[in-house]
Design a binder for this molecule. Structure first.
Ligand SMILES: Nc1ncnc2c1ncn2[C@@H]1O[C@H](COP(=O)(O)OP(=O)(O)OP(=O)(O)O)[C@@H](O)[C@H]1O
Ligand SMILES: [Mg+2]
Length: 323
């Protein structure tokens, strides 16, 4: 990193400018299989950083290396400026981890799940009681504190897993697909809590294959695909770089799409043909819709919308994010 420190000037770490997590050519192999293929990224203190990618992209493998539960095969990784190979224990003490699958103890109560987890960190009972009460309040679970975990809804279990991950007051919270499998209301409730955590200064790392989640939560993100990083930036930057302002979605009656596509040639900056619709990428959706009509093309339905990260992913990989 060429960190030149002089006697007077504080180092980048002292100024708090050093990335909280930094990876160079980070690689994970399982036997001959390459799950993470030499990726680079830097996560700053206080930001919400996303890894957006489809199933099997290598998101969880990357999270597990950051969480020091899976050894780095090759390359460099620094978490809080420390090396997971040597300082796993010190790193883990400052991390909160929400794994992809909940690992709650279903036999215990909500409160006990937090309390017992906190004991692993050596927190004294009095501190722990107070903290558990605070966290349950923050995660809107106080009313269920003395219920068993088993019958809770998926959203409640997820909130409890997050509450538990916060018991050691971590500087960095790693969330592996925090809302997969939740209904829209539970997802929004969780996004709201995560947003508040960020306001409190907790750095968040979030993996997701939902582009709306990445757009809502992440200041910056990497698009991951097939073990590699395809692009990096803020949601807005990625959309500006890899898509157009608007998208016109056209659907055609069964069997009519091919003929229509020929007639649409040259109407938009770029077109994507999906099995069930044609996407026209354009700065001005309404103007493009008018141009489509002038060519005599009559779609069954026409939608003009803004570009999303889904369009970015489609452009980068030629595939849809959720297949
Ligand atoms: N312990 C393991 N042994 C062998 N292969 C593994 C192991 N863990 C993961 N893989 C493989 O590595 C690749 C990346 O997996 P990973 O779980 O990191 O992807 P992901 O992006 O988290 O996917 P998902 O969205 O499905 O959670 C997959 O092909 C997976 O099968
Ligand atoms: Mg995963």
């Amino acid at each position: 990193m060429g960190d030149v420190s002089t006697i007077r000037a504080p180092s980048r770490r002292e100024r708090g400018h050093e990335p909280l997590v930094e990876a160079h050519s980070l690689t994970k192999r399982f036997g001959d299989f390459v799950a993470v293929d030499g990726i680079d990224f830097a996560i700053r203190r206080g930001e919400a950083f996303g890894f957006l990618g489809p199933n099997g992209a290598g998101k969880t493998s990357t999270m597990r290396m950051i969480a020091c539960v899976s050894p780095v095969t090759e390359g460099e990784l620094r978490v809080f400026g420390l090396d997971p190979r040597r300082d796993g224990e010190r790193i883990r003490a400052r991390l909160g981890v929400v794994p992809q699958d909940d690992t709650l103890d279903l036999e215990l109560t909500v409160h006990e799940n937090i309390y017992i987890y906190g004991r692993y960190f050596g927190l004294p009972p009095a501190v722990l009681r107070e903290r558990a009460a605070e966290l349950l309040d923050f995660m809107q679970l106080s009313e269920r504190a003395h219920d068993r975990v088993e019958p809770l809804s998926g959203g409640m279990k997820r909130r409890l897993t997050i509450a538990r991950a916060l018991v050691n007051e971590p500087d960095l919270l790693i969330l592996d697909e925090p809302t997969t499998g939740l209904d829209p209301q539970a997802r929004h409730a969780l996004w709201d809590r995560l947003y508040r955590l960020k306001q409190r200064g907790v750095t968040l790392i979030i993996t997701t294959h939902y582009m709306d989640e990445a757009e809502q939560l992440c200041d910056r993100l990497v698009v991951m695909d097939r073990a590699r990083i395809a692009a990096e930036g803020s949601p807005r930057e990625l959309i500006a770089r890899y898509s157009t302002r608007e998208v016109v979605e056209l659907r055609f009656p069964l069997g009519a799409q091919d003929a229509a596509i020929a007639a649409l040639d040259g109407l938009a900056e770029r077109a994507e043909v999906l099995p069930d619709r044609v996407l026209l990428y354009t700065e001005d959706g309404d103007a493009t819709v008018a141009a489509v009509a002038r060519r005599g093309v009559e779609p069954e339905s026409t939608v003009v919308r803004r570009s999303t990260l889904e369009d970015v992913f489609l452009h980068l990989t030629g595939r849809s994010l959720i297949e």
